[in-house]
Design a protein around this ligand. Structure first.
Ligand SMILES: Nc1ncnc2c1ncn2[C@@H]1O[C@H](COP(=O)(O)OP(=O)(O)OP(=O)(O)O)[C@@H](O)[C@H]1O
Ligand SMILES: [Mg+2]
Length: 298
């Protein structure tokens, strides 16, 4: 193999003590005309963790994860996977690197059945010449593997694997998208509000699934507005505000009220890691924030 040119590559060598960082982004920017969707944002997810990304509507969470998953080309900034700079030219590149994403606007094909959806973009072909020469698909194998995968994930409400995805309920459709990501995500799985359309039981299943993915050693980015859910499952919480990362906290050292304070700008993180009241913003009246993470009831 040729040696990469040393200038640009070495300038982006990982900092010490960050061996467990799976993906890192620095100074990401994305503008749409006058709208700044991502404004010099940083991001970092470590091995074996569930990282929740929270923030108000329009804070730029979806834009951020689209940049990480190749669905959006940032105007500026760098992205590293396992310490190496990456430039994804589309979601396909990210998927080839083991990054699976469940987008907020689900990318499923309604006119195809569940198994075909699970194997979208990488179908299984028949063995021998039928597959390699005639490029015939192995529908039976895909159905069997799809059924196994849904079983493994505990997705019990789908009764017929041959059902067209367009005929599934919204929640079931979301479950298929989550199943697909869990099936192929080997390095990182990103989920943008995966439980938004789900009932209590189905949300529970997705949370259990996220826990199982973490046990398998694959880190998960979870965008969610559901604070109890975030506090239950997340190892760390990335708070996004006005297009950038405002703070990173943990559910153990922070209360939900404090996280909401960081989201609204009523609180900000001081240089020493403690939360301080912002002088320009106000907390929601009914829930004054405590000032220090150590005041958490947990
Ligand atoms: N294609 C686009 N064209 C113009 N503006 C855009 C586009 N995509 C996003 N934006 C704007 O960028 C900002 C960030 O949007 P984004 O979807 O990333 O927010 P979000 O944090 O995911 O919000 P939500 O919680 O509502 O999903 C918003 O102001 C949005 O209107
Ligand atoms: Mg969004």
């Amino acid at each position: 193999m040729n040696q990469p040119p040393s200038d640009a590559a070495s300038a982006q060598a990982p900092a010490p003590h960050t061996a467990d960082v799976v993906m890192r982004a620095s100074g990401l920017v994305k503008r749409y005309g006058n709208v700044v969707a991502i404004g010099e944002s940083d991001f970092e997810i470590r091995a074996g963790e569930v990282l929740a990304v929270v923030g108000d509507n329009g804070a730029g969470k979806s834009s951020l994860i689209k940049a990480l998953s190749g669905a959006l080309a940032p105007d500026a900034g760098t992205i590293e996977l396992d310490g190496r700079p990456v430039h994804f030219h589309g979601p396909r590149d990210a998927r080839a690197a083991g990054i699976e994403t469940v987008y907020q606007t689900l990318a499923v094909a309604p006119q195809m059945d569940i198994a075909t959806n699970l194997f979208l973009g990488r179908p299984l072909r028949r063995e021998g010449f039928l597959g390699s020469g005639l490029r015939m698909l192995d529908h039976k194998k895909m159905r069997n593997q799809a059924a196994e995968q849904l079983d493994r994930l505990g997705i019990a409400t789908i009764q017929d694997i041959t059902q067209l995805v367009g005929t599934l309920s919204g929640g079931q459709r979301q479950a298929v998208a989550v199943a697909r990501a869990a099936m192929f995500g080997t390095r990182l799985i990103i989920m943008d509000e995966p439980t938004a359309a789900l009932g209590v039981r189905e949300s529970r299943q997705v949370l259990d699934l996220i826990a199982r993915i973490r046990e398998r050693g694959v880190p998960v980015v979870l965008i969610s507005h559901d604070m109890p859910q975030v506090f239950e499952i997340a190892d760390r919480i990335h708070v996004h505000r006005l297009g950038r990362r405002a703070a990173v906290v943990t559910p153990k050292t922070c209360t939900m009220t404090e996280v909401v304070g960081l989201m609204t700008g009523a609180l900000r993180m001081g240089a020493d890691g403690t939360l301080v009241e912002s002088t320009t913003q106000h907390m929601p009246e009914e829930k004054p924030a405590s000032r220090h993470p150590s005041e958490s009831p947990e």
